[in-house]
Structures are given as structure tokens and as C-alpha cells.
Design a protein around this ligand. Structure first.
Ligand SMILES: NC(=O)c1ccc[n+]([C@@H]2O[C@H](COP(=O)([O-])OP(=O)(O)OC[C@H]3O[C@@H](n4cnc5c(N)ncnc54)[C@H](O)[C@@H]3O)[C@@H](O)[C@H]2O)c1
Length: 319
């Protein structure tokens, strides 16, 4: 079986590719190495994957429709896992057009390539907990209304869910969207709060703590996310179209997360309390009942176990 993973040099793509290789899949990677964050980190992840002869990677932009068509024709994947995206809630305030390009046009290219493939692959794609916007009812359930996003990033992810629904409805393609909840782990993205906190702590700078620390996030360890992805990819009995949360089902207080990280790094943090940032949401909390019922998903890693793994990697990689 072959899986084509877009965003394969990214944080989640790297971990997913490694696991599919371990499980005996052939993996075709696609990544454009955009410089949203340090490209060396992406190259270092890719170098690890390239050691496996069953991994083949193309440096390709999913907005390049001809290039993508050629990749689909050559690889003939059984499954496509679309993780390539412009992520980041705050970044979308100053850089809206890159979200239009990669998250909308690029995603449409993926749908078109799946539609016209000789053997239509199953499409599994990354959505996000951000689609829940400022919803107050907790935990967030897939059946909740998600018509009030508060960032352009969230709006593009919701758009992906709608676009996939159209393609499943019109062309009988199988498309499954996964709403990831704040993923973290080794080989982490440098733009995410945990990395920014670790950097500030290790350099003795104050941590920028938004909304005076009054925020909660469902932090999900990357191995649990990958376990959920694998279960969805390998399950033969899912419907033609569906959406699932993948979270940890634990909504952690931001101040507890900071304390756990400080203990793992052995430092006393200095805090700079700041107001809420535009585009941010107060809390996320995933109901995982639907994914549990569909594929037996059961996240295993608490932040007390996962944050030390991240901290150890962070020290080793960033010195
Ligand atoms: N990390 C999280 O907490 C989180 C939460 C919710 C949703 N997601 C979603 O999960 C997916 C993976 O996120 P991640 O954290 O691994 O991010 P990431 O930025 O580390 O990975 C994305 C990868 O896609 C590549 N990419 C970007 N634009 C591309 C394009 N036009 N063509 C080809 N490749 C392109 C990037 O170079 C990068 O390597 C994204 O769709 C993201 O929106 C992530």
C-alpha cells in the first residue's frame, strides 16, 4: 500500500510518515519547504525519512497543479494524507493571501487530482479545532455549529471540510477530515507557544502570556495524533465523508502547561502578562467519542508525560 503525504517535512507529516514506514507502507512525500519557519528543521526531518528506501520525496508546491498531477500519475497512491497548509492563527492576520493560495487553491488541486486519478485514493485531510471559533459549549463535538470562525486560518479549514463534502457527494470519493487539537512533541514547530516558551525560558527572557494566562488548550501529544491518523487511514468501514476530532480530551490551563515545562527544563520562568490576541480563542476541549466509536481511538499521553519528551528534544536540538 502506498500513501502520498503532503507537508511530509512538516511537524505532523514527519511523524506520520515515520509511522507509516514502520508499518510497512510505501510513502511518497510532497513538501514545498516554505520559509514560514526555519527550513533547516524541515530538511533535518526529511533527512531522517530519506534513510528509508521506501520513502520518496518531491519538493513540490500543491499549488502547482501540473506538478501535482504528474506526482499522482507516477505514485498511484491508495491513500492521500493532506497535511500541507499554511498554519498559524495569528500569522493569518498579516498574511491572508498565502492562506487563500495553499489552504484553498492547493486543497482544490488535491481534490481534483484525487477525482481524476485512475484508481481514486481515499483522502484524509487536516482540519483544525480552530473551526469551533469562540464556541462556549464544552467539550467541542463534531455536531456543534461551526459557522463563526474568528480567524482566516479557521475559515479556510472549515472551507476545506465543505469542499471535501462536495467532492464526496458529486464524485463518490471518500474524504475524511480530522480536526487536530494543539499538537506538540519532538521535532516541534518553532512558532508554537510551547517552543516560544522554551526558547524564552532557556534564554532568561520573560514569557509572553496572553489573556493573563486565562486560557485553556486541549494539548495532544503527536504520537496520539499519529495513532488517530493511522486508525482512520487503515479503517475500511468509515463512511464516504466524515469529520472527526482528534484531541486529548483534557483541557489544560495555560499556567499548568507553563509550570510543567519549567519543571521539565529546570528553570524559574519570568512572565509578561499580556491581553488577549486577536484571532485567538479562550479555550479548546475535544470530545473524542465519535473517533473512539469509529476506530477505537484512545489518547494515552498526559502533558506530564509528553512535555518532558518535548523539552528533552528541544534542549538536544536547539542546544
Ligand atoms: N500542529 C498543530 O497543532 C495543528 C493543529 C490543527 C491543525 N493542524 C494542521 O495540521 C497540518 C500539519 O501541521 P503541522 O503542525 O505539521 O505544520 P507544519 O508547518 O510543520 O507542516 C506543514 C508542511 O506543509 C508544507 N507546505 C506548506 N505549504 C505548502 C504548499 N503550498 N505545498 C506543499 N507543501 C506545503 C510546509 O513546508 C510544512 O513542511 C496543517 O494542515 C495544519 O493546519 C496542525
Amino acid at each position: 500500500m502506498k500513501i502520498l503525504i503532503t507537508g511530509s517535512a512538516g511537524f505532523i507529516g514527519f511523524h506520520a510518515a515515520k509511522e507509516f514506514l514502520r508499518r510497512g507502507w510505501d510513502v511518497a512525500g510532497v513538501d514545498n519547504y516554505c520559509d514560514y519557519y526555519d527550513v533547516k528543521l524541515k530538511r533535518d526531518r526529511s533527512a531522517i525519512l530519506r534513510k528509508d528506501a521506501r520513502y520518496f520525496e518531491r519538493e513540490l508546491d500543491i499549488c502547482d497543479l501540473d506538478g501535482l498531477r504528474a506526482a499522482f500519475a507516477e505514485e498511484k497512491p491508495d491513500v492521500v494524507l493532506n497535511l500541507a497548509a499554511q498554519p498559524g492563527v495569528r500569522y493569518s492576520i498579516d498574511h491572508p493571501f498565502v492562506y487563500q493560495k495553499t489552504n484553498l487553491e492547493g486543497f482544490l488541486n488535491i481534490l481534483e487530482c484525487c477525482r481524476h486519478a485512475q484508481k481514486r485514493p481515499k483522502l484524509v485531510f487536516a482540519s483544525s479545532s480552530s473551526v469551533y471559533g469562540g464556541n462556549k459549549k464544552m467539550p467541542f463535538e463534531e455536531s456543534d455549529q461551526v459557522d463563526s470562525p474568528v480567524s482566516l486560518y479557521a475559515a479556510t479549514k472549515k472551507a476545506n471540510e465543505l469542499m471535501a463534502h462536495v467532492y464526496s457527494h458529486l464524485y463518490g470519493m471518500q474524504t475524511i477530515g480530522l480536526r487536530f487539537f494543539t499538537v506538540y512533541g519532538a521535532w516541534y514547530r518553532p512558532d508554537m507557544a510551547l517552543s516560544l516558551f522554551a526558547d524564552a525560558m532557556l534564554h532568561g527572557r520573560p514569557l509572553k502570556v496572553f489573556n493573563h494566562g486565562e486560557m485553556r488548550r486541549d494539548f495532544t501529544f503527536v504520537d496520539d495524533i499519529v495513532d488517530g491518523i493511522v486508525r482512520v487511514v487503515e479503517c475500511g468501514s468509515l463512511p464516504a465523508y466524515d469529520i472527526y476530532n482528534i484531541g486529548n480530551h483534557r483541557s489544560e490551563r495555560l499556567m499548568d502547561v507553563i509550570e510543567t515545562l519549567a519543571v521539565a527544563l529546570g528553570v524559574e520562568p519570568k512572565l509578561e502578562m499580556l491581553p488577549m490576541q486577536p484571532g485567538d480563542v479562550l479555550a479548546t476541549y475535544a470530545s473524542i467519542d465519535k473517533l473512539r466509536a469509529a476506530v477505537g481511538y484512545e489518547p494515552k499521553t498526559t502533558i506530564r508525560e509528553g512535555i518532558p519528551v518535548f523539552a528533552e528534544w528541544y534542549r538536544a536540538y536547539h542546544g
